[in-house]
Design a protein around this ligand. Structure first.
Ligand code: PNS
Length: 166
């Protein structure tokens, strides 16, 4: 049984994330989307909200071998605890490479039995990031087409509420 985790902040989940999760679900028997907290980033949705949205996204995409969980320690410890052999990461252009390369080698040092597998992002999402989506919302723009339908409504409400107040 090949189990993979897809770790990330998912704040919010984008169409780029969904693409990587869908493709992972075709390769691995089971995929666990692991929501982590990145203290270096200003958050838009709470971890609980992100989990709820991701569960809805997974349901609407009919991904029956994907589940959503959260973690607060090291991603390799989460992988070990769930008997996952693989960490899947999406790679966009060159900008992601240095950070992801460093993280993959650090994870290899910490847990040599776990492999990091990179999937190249789909061309149409190569520009897309949660940070850009957050910026669109912050400045009152509409993120339609960039996030799954389940995320769009709650995101638009954030626009109305004003992200500065979060
Ligand atoms: O989507 P992001 O913001 O790049 O993901 C952030 C997160 C929280 C998933 C990532 O930073 C993480 O896994 N942090 C936990 C600590 C860890 O395992 N770091 C990697 C090796 S030092």
């Amino acid at each position: 049984m090949a189990i993979a985790i897809c770790p990330g902040s998912f704040d919010p989940a984008t169409n780029g994330h969904l693409d990587i999760i869908q493709r992972s679900a075709q390769v691995f028997d089971e995929v666990i989307v692991a929501v982590g907290h990145n203290p270096g980033k200003k958050h838009l949705f709470t971890v609980e909200e992100r989990i709820t949205l991701l569960k809805q996204v997974i349901k609407e995409a009919h991904l029956h071998n994907v589940r959503v969980d959260h973690f607060s320690g090291l991603q390799v410890e989460f992988a070990r605890a769930h008997k996952a052999q693989v960490i899947v990461k999406g790679l966009r252009a060159i900008s992601d490479f240095e950070y992801e390369f460093q993280m993959a080698l650090t994870n290899k040092h910490l847990a040599p039995e776990i492999e990091t597998v990179f999937m190249m992002t789909a061309n149409e999402y190569s520009f897309l990031s949660s940070s850009m989506v957050k910026e669109i919302v912050l400045f009152g723009g509409d993120p339609e087409g960039l996030v799954p339908p389940a995320v769009l409504g709650p995101l638009r409400k954030k626009t109305k509420a004003g992200v500065e107040d979060e």
